[in-house]
Design a binder for this molecule. Structure first.
Ligand SMILES: Cc1ncc(COP(=O)(O)O)c(C=O)c1O
Length: 401
């Protein structure tokens, strides 16, 4: 049965097979990619697409980065998985590498397989550490699809049909409103969980002192500050971690997406003191931190640092955001916002139409929150790609006037 289907070339054939055998829980574009190189993807017919989605903020080094390919091939030939029953050299080395990118207090890591799992672990850790069971989260947030991470997600559309979840454990506040945040934290609050910049919610940047307020209120109430850096972490916003923009240090940071450069891995990072709430057997993961994925993640982290991709994202992003702002007065663009290479163009009437327009011209962008064109490209993005996008965007806007 499988023979003869292996070399599916036409997207229609792949689509038919998908529609026959896969759960139908994703809306997919009618395209299928065979290979990628740098910022480009190629379909089986050899058509080239400029990738400004990067697997939704995942492929920070672009596709098939030579260092990642080398690390993956060598490690696959040596050792892939053993389990956390044993000392794992590659895991310890990755934890050391991550610690070197963090403020000194954030020196301990635990590895899982995704962003949702990292947040799940962080919420459990905060409960265990504080002995309290309530959390404050933000409306319009996104923290994942597992029970606790979905409960923390402040968007009813993702929770619909799965209630009550852990709804009694979460209090929601408007993102960016410092007064609401202060009022919501009580002596029963184990922690506040926030994205430093909301991603899925539409690239929403809070006021500059918002995380400082979150830090202060947590200190005052002995609660833990959990920052979900699954989308913002590892240089995306022009700093290694988005919390660096605000000058505060959280108690727990969660990472995923960029960390594996496309291979599935998540991490929870905390101080030594907070980490002690988990002891042998308190929490675990079969695959979490296996030698294969840890070797790749360490290569990704080291390459980001060595190549200065935080600075690259900062410089390129700053310029791009201001160019986009100057391109878009009126004409349906209500706001251009973001930091580094995490950019949102809010176009309530035209975001989806622009996505299609770009797709037809072989440039991939993604729409989030229904009205925001999200640009989260590889951090190795060329200046040429930015110019190509700007020309396309300008042409789209003038086609509408
Ligand atoms: C901020 C944030 N947290 C958590 C998640 C969930 O990550 P995953 O899909 O790897 O479980 C996402 C995914 O988009 C995210 O953007």
């Amino acid at each position: 049965m499988v023979e003869g289907r292996r070399n599916l070339v036409r997207v229609e054939e792949v689509k038919h097979l998908s529609e026959t055998f896969l759960f139908q829980n994703y809306s997919r574009e009618d395209v299928c990619f065979e290979r990628g190189k740098g910022e480009m993807l190629y379909d089986p017919e050899g058509n080239e697409y400029l990738d400004l989605v990067a697997g939704i903020a995942v492929n920070v080094l672009g596709h098939s980065h030579p260092a990642v390919v080398k690390a993956a091939c060598e490690q696959a030939g040596r050792l892939v998985h053993v389990s956390n029953l044993y000392q794992i050299r590659e895991q310890a080395l990755l934890a050391e590498a991550l610690a070197s990118t963090m403020p000194p207090s954030l020196c301990r890591s635990m590895f899982v397989n995704s962003g949702a799992e990292a947040n799940e672990a962080a919420l459990k850790l905060a409960v265990k550490k504080t002995g309290r069971g309530r959390f404050v989260s933000a409306r319009n947030s996104f923290h994942g699809r597992t029970s606790a991470s979905l409960s923390a997600t402040g968007q009813p559309k993702y929770q619909a049909g799965f209630e009550p979840l852990l709804s009694r454990s979460f209090d929601f506040v408007d993102f960016g409103d410092a007064e609401q945040l202060k009022a919501a934290v009580t002596s029963e609050t184990a922690g506040i969980i926030l994205e430093p910049i909301q991603g899925e919610g539409g690239i929403v940047v809070p006021p500059a002192d918002y995380l400082r307020t979150a830090r202060d209120v947590c200190d005052e109430k002995d609660a833990l500050l959990i920052l979900d850096e699954v989308q913002t972490g590892l240089a995306r916003t022009g700093r290694m971690y988005a919390f660096e923009h605000s000058g505060i240090v959280p108690d727990i940071v969660t990472l995923a997406k960029a960390l594996g450069g496309g291979f599935p891995i998540g991490a929870m990072v905390s101080s030594d003191e907070v980490s002690k709430a988990f002891s042998s057997g308190t929490h675990g993961s079969t695959f979490g931190g296996n030698p294969f994925v840890c070797t790749i993640a360490r290569t990704v982290v080291e390459t980001i640092v060595t190549d200065g991709l935080d600075k690259r994202a900062r410089d390129l992003g700053e310029r791009w955001i201001s160019e986009l702002r100057s391109l878009s007065p009126e004409k349906g663009v209500t706001e251009v916002r973001g930091k580094g290479l995490m950019i949102g163009i809010e176009m309530p009437e035209a975001a989806k139409e622009f996505q299609r327009y770009a797709f037809e011209r072989r440039i991939l962008v993604n729409v989030c929150a229904g009205k925001v064109v999200r640009l989260v490209p590889p951090l190795i993005l060329s200046e040429n790609a930015v110019t190509r996008f700007n020309d396309l965007f300008a042409a789209f806007l003038s086609s509408r006037s």
